[in-house]
Design a protein around this ligand. Structure first.
Ligand code: EPU
Length: 420
């Protein structure tokens, strides 16, 4: 059966944990390095499975990379055909971030449909429609996508049909080296979009309005690589907060952007946790039992994040009374429900919502992660289950958490990676 995380639940947490750089910032940033002349250097990059996959793609596109401690240097040093290697392209959604950089660098890009967590349909029509508006030619042959713009991209005034994070990032990367002005309306406002814009600006891009629904970009001829520290991972921070709420005790979460974490903290506070903010840090403490929070909804930023929904739901499994978490972004956010119920929780999926009737106690089980955040949620739930839980599907969790077992073990949890 391979690897699993062995969790002996029922021990309260105690201690501090430092939040690493955000996966969802690092992945588009690595793709953006391809747009630049010279070296780009990102500090504090977590060694996630998706980062490793990105490095395979960058190598195929003519880049060299070098780990320097926890920093990662990327430099484009050879011409390459714009063909993404099949394996990594299919393994993660973030392969889509190479569309615009490869078009700028190679004149065209060929790739399969990007993969990623199975959260429901995840089309890339907005990415492609925007590129089409900027003069690219989009061609599907069976499962293979080719996008070409041999004479370069041209700025356009484009309204996204919904504020897709990935599409905003694709079109931002397309616009920075396009001829003339691009206006993106209905853009995503997520902090990771702002972080990508900050890096590109440091490289010489002319961008206004990132973090608002309208982004204006004046294309430039060339970008030069820069040094950049990606923002902290708000979903890892939410996972740690939910872990404290689930296991009891306290966790001091260091290196976090409180504003980005606010909706998660508010739900945990309503459930009865004590939330003590400080500069770039917060302590989440659970004393006694939690109470149900009623119905809460995810949404695009600055609302409660879809990625935090499963871990927060995990913490509410043992809260007295009812809760419901409805995800307005993805159709299949709660594949973890089966695992929750195997642990003794009482949950039911109703459309896009997970309905939770709090139970007094959870018990051990063998459960399987079906996706990244759902996998982390099973670990969070297992922290509250008396006895030994085995969480399989570790490869999903590894895509977004460098060492979840180690981080939780440092906080006093009994969690370790095992091999069968
Ligand atoms: N959508 C379309 N067409 C498109 C693009 C998106 O219909 O062309 C739909 C999607 O199907 C989805 C909704 O729009 O229902 C939102 O998707 P979005 O494009 O905003 O998400 P994404 O870029 O695919 C990123 C994160 C996700 C995170 C979402 C929402 C990365 C690599 N991934 O995905 O993170 O859930 O934004 O915030 O940045 C994760 O980290 O576990 C994860 C899934």
């Amino acid at each position: 059966m391979g690897e699993y995380l062995l969790v002996r639940g029922g021990r309260p947490l105690e201690g501090a944990a430092r939040v690493p750089a955000a996966k969802n910032s690092v992945l588009p940033l690595l793709a953006a390095a391809l747009l630049c002349e010279g070296e780009s250097f990102f500090t504090q990059v977590p060694r996630l499975a998706d980062v490793q996959q990105s490095l395979v793609i960058l190598s195929a596109l003519g880049c060299e990379y070098q780990w320097r401690g926890r920093g990662l240097a990327v430099r484009r040093c050879a011409e390459a055909p714009g063909v993404l290697p099949e394996g990594p392209a299919r393994a993660m959604r973030s392969s889509v971030f190479y569309l615009a950089p490869a078009i700028h660098r190679c004149g065209r890009v060929r790739m399969p449909m990007p993969g990623g967590c199975k959260l429901g349909p995840r089309p890339i029509d907005i990415h492609l429609d925007g590129l089409d508006k900027m003069g690219a030619r989009v061609d599907w042959r069976g499962e293979t996508l080719t996008v070409s713009a041999p004479w370069g991209l041209t700025g356009a005034d484009y309204t996204l049909r919904l504020p897709s994070v990935g599409a905003t990032e694709t079109l931002l990367m397309a616009a920075v080296l396009a001829k003339g002005e691009t206006v993106l309306r209905g853009a995503a406002m997520e902090p990771e979009v702002v972080d990508l814009a900050a890096f590109l600006q440091r490289c010489g891009a002319r961008i206004e309005g990132a973090g608002s629904p309208m982004i204006r970009v004046q294309g430039v001829r060339e970008l030069r690589g820069a040094v950049h520290t990606p923002i902290p991972d708000r979903i890892v921070a939410a996972t740690l907060a939910a872990a404290a709420a689930s296991a009891g005790g306290w966790v001091r979460i260091q290196n976090c952007q409180l504003e980005a974490l606010a909706p998660t903290l508010e739900i945990l506070r309503r459930a009865g946790c004590r939330v003590e903010p400080a500069a770039n840090a917060v302590t989440v403490r659970r004393v006694g039992w939690l109470r149900g929070v009623g119905r809460v909804y995810t949404g695009v930023y600055p609302a409660f994040s879809t990625d935090a929904a499963p871990v927060v739901a995990a913490a509410l499994l043992t809260a007295a009374g009812r809760s419901a978490v409805e995800d307005t972004v993805f159709e299949n956010r709660f594949a973890c429900a089966e695992g929750f119920n195997a642990l003794g929780a009482k949950t039911a999926r109703a459309g896009r919502a997970l309905e939770i009737e709090g139970v007094r106690a959870l018990g051990p089980a063998r459960v399987e992660a079906k996706d990244l955040r759902g996998g982390a949620a099973l670990v969070v739930a297992a922290l509250a289950a008396q006895g030994e839980t085995k969480v399989y599907g570790v490869e999903h969790i590894r895509r977004g958490y460098g060492d979840l077992a180690g981080t939780l073990a440092n906080l006093g949890a009994q969690v370790r990676l095992c091999q069968e």
